[in-house]
Design a protein around this ligand. Sequence first.
Ligand code: 5GP
Ligand code: MN
Length: 339
Amino acid sequence: MENTDFVKISDLLAHPSQIVIITHTNPDGDAIGSSLALSSYLIKKNHQVRVIVPDPFPDFLSWLPGNESVFVFKSHYDEAALAINNAHLIFAADFNHLNRINEAGRIVRESKAIKILIDHHLYPSDEFDLKISIPRTSSTSELVYDFIEASGDLHLLDKDIAACIYAGIITDTGSLSYSCNYVKTYLIIAELIRLGVDGEHIHRLIYDTFSENRLRLLGFSISNQLVVLQEYNTAYIVLSADDLNSFNYQIGDTEDVVNYALSIKNINLAALFMERDGLVKISFRSKGHFSVDTFARNHFNGGGHSNASGANCSTSLSDTVALFRELLPRYQSQLKSVY
Ligand code: 5GP
Ligand code: MN
């Protein structure tokens, strides 16, 4: 399952290169944190680096050091395409299939650059020339630390790089509440704090910066839209485009909403269905051995991790939810005992 081309990738970086780092659509804390940490490190190694995101990232990540130089593919198409075409090396960070970056994926696929994966999702595609792919790792940000360490460059870490890595680890582990049983993660966090990271301040910047609308949308989601199916140990929330509009939805506003559905006792599968940009975006979460990666992959053409996955469907909101409900009887016994 693991691919660790650390040495080959370090060797490729011996000479200054033009490098693009690209991350996934709906970028989250780990996507942006890992990309910016890797970018700052590579700039210190005298490379020219451009970070590209397919679409904008949430406001609560806009304090991350280096974020101001990120190109948003959607709004800077020409510059982003030129950077991809001129790159010697392209790093794909925090996703493992080029179809996860929409139109940018075609341009990356066609580029002559050496394509390098750095990611912790299951089942990487074979579209990459070299891979750092370790699914058991907490986050891609942790892998960036591992890569810098394996390259003998820990002395290049500074407070800004450390803050990006810290933000990635914290957001991808729900503040160390899942994917959090590896000693190495804590050793890295200790080192990041030693480098000057203020964990309490970063927590506030990420989690205590809700708009009033975002908090009210969370309240509405739980109070009005939550469906609990005790017989299937399942709970889900449905948000239509109208619902989102009525709370003046901004990117990132539904981050973590699905986790409230999973927080109910004996609920082992949770889902959030959201009507966005003409698609239904689904977030799945589970407890224990029930794999929502397999579930999303088999039924919704999605994927992710064993306990957190997603999908984007072109079916209508009601048809997508109906399919989900129809599937549940098949999984009833698996969902009963997940430990
Ligand atoms: P979220 O629910 O936070 O958007 O995503 C949860 C996990 O599933 C993330 O690791 C994300 O990368 C992955 N994921 C979300 N949407 C998709 C999708 O459409 N396809 C695949 N393969 N993975 C997805
Ligand atoms: Mn991640």
